[in-house]
Design a protein around this ligand. Structure first.
Ligand code: ZN
Length: 413
């Protein structure tokens, strides 16, 4: 057998100098791996067998060991960010704030330094796409708004943030429930701030590191109508948005939350429902409100039309006869247009009926599997506000009537 080292070199997947032969490939330590096997069993062997190896191809140029468990001899420049690790030279060699978990001594990497050079950080992604192997990890700091948190275990939470660069980010925050029970300030839903997390390639759940927020979201959390309104908008975003960059959506949502927090109570129904419609516009589902879906007659015309959720528009009074869908009068059509254009004016009549309409529209077009959790509470708050205002905002007496709800799985208002 020919000496494998005599075969012309090709870069191996670890970025080292390797060579190929018979479809195989040499890793950084000079071991053979088969081309198709990615980093399989051989990779695990590699992690164990290369102890003591200090060749030029080693991941950690020190005394070796598993790439995820750096040994004492590993220089800081090649050390992965570790929770609670010693603060030191940043991963990318950039002097800056180390981004450790709150209360810990901080990890060795600062947010700006990561990805700035050196070997990529890796995590063991197990038997995923392409077999056993490692995925890249990077420590990222981005603006974020906390949309929801779920308990994960007795001590941990799964936090779901919206970020401009990474869309919706789900991050596992270990031990935060224990820390908040010890009196540390817990994170509040809808807080806006700066999120630091360990981004794991090909994963849906990332590692939470830190969330710094200069603004409290207490005014929002302390009012049922404001909180349920913000929750509804958050649910719309969580139903539709994936891990893709969308800075416009982020700015839009943060602006809406600011308005919901500060707007006078009488204006809130319009702001919340208009927020929901404009988010749907952002997602690419604008309703057609200018002309009748069937005859093309300009709207609002005479008489009671009907909103067609599937068709995404309104039928005029003539075409709507005998049809199905929520009935909607000329005044409500004008209000709906204002909501969709993002310019609600004054107290909204029939707010609860408007909520049912936008909820059905969103469920159908976002392919939601179940009614939104927040709408029950929001509807109650809207009806309550309407009663306070003398029946104007409740919806039951408004110009828009609910009739002929035919969509499966969606309760009638
Ligand atoms: Zn018509």
């Amino acid at each position: 057998m020919a000496d494998p080292r005599a075969v012309p070199a090709l870069p191996c997947r670890w970025g080292g100098t390797g060579s190929t032969r018979d479809g195989g490939r040499r890793d950084r330590c000079g071991r053979w791996r088969h081309e198709g096997s990615q980093c399989g069993i051989g990779e695990r062997r590699w992690a164990g067998e290369r102890r003591g190896h200090t060749g030029p191809g080693s991941l950690s140029a020190g005394r070796g060991g598993h790439p995820l468990r750096p040994t004492a001899g590993t220089p800081p420049g090649n050390r992965p960010a570790r929770r609670g690790g010693r603060a030191g030279v940043c991963e990318g060699g950039v002097p800056g704030r180390s981004a450790g978990a709150p209360g810990s001594a901080g990890g060795p990497a600062c947010a700006t330094g990561i990805g700035g050079g050196g070997a990529p950080l890796l995590y063991r992604r197990g038997r995923g796409r392409g077999g056993w192997g490692f995925g890249q990890v990077s420590l990222v700091t981005v603006p974020a708004v906390l949309l929801r948190s779920y308990p994960y275990s007795e001590s941990s939470l799964v936090l779901r943030f919206l970020t401009p660069e990474h869309g919706v980010v789900s991050a596992l925050a270990k031990g935060v429930r224990r820390r908040s029970s010890r009196g540390e300030t817990p994170m509040e839903t809808f807080q806006r701030g700066s999120l630091t997390f360990l981004y794991r390639e090909e994963r849906d759940l990332h590692g939470f590191r830190d969330f710094q927020s200069p603004i409290s979201s207490r005014p929002l959390a302390g009012d049922l109508l404001r909180f349920s309104g913000a929750s509804f908008l958050a649910e719309l975003v969580l139903t539709h948005t994936m891990q893709e960059a969308n800075s416009r959506l982020f700015t839009h949502l943060v602006g809406l939350l600011d308005r919901i927090e500060t707007e006078a109570r009488a204006e809130l129904p319009g702001v919340i429902l208009s927020g929901a419609w404009t988010l749907l516009l952002d997602f690419g589902f604008p309703p057609a409100l200018a002309e009748c879906l069937d005859c093309g007659e300009e709207l609002p015309g005479e008489g009671m039309g009907r909103f067609d959720v599937e068709g995404g528009g309104i039928r005029c009074g003539v075409c709507a006869r005998g049809g199905e869908g929520p009935r909607i009068g000329p005044e409500a059509q004008v209000d709906l247009r204002r909501l969709v254009s993002g310019t609600p004016s004054g107290p909204l009549r029939g707010a609860a009926a408007h909520l049912s309409l936008v909820e059905r529209y969103a469920l159908y077009h976002l392919a939601g599997r179940r009614p939104f959790h927040a709408t029950t509470l929001l509807r109650t708050s809207l009806v309550q506000l309407g009663t306070e205002d003398g029946g104007e905002g409740g919806g039951e007496m408004g110009p828009m009537e609910e009739e002929g709800a035919s969509l499966p799985g969606i309760p009638d208002a």
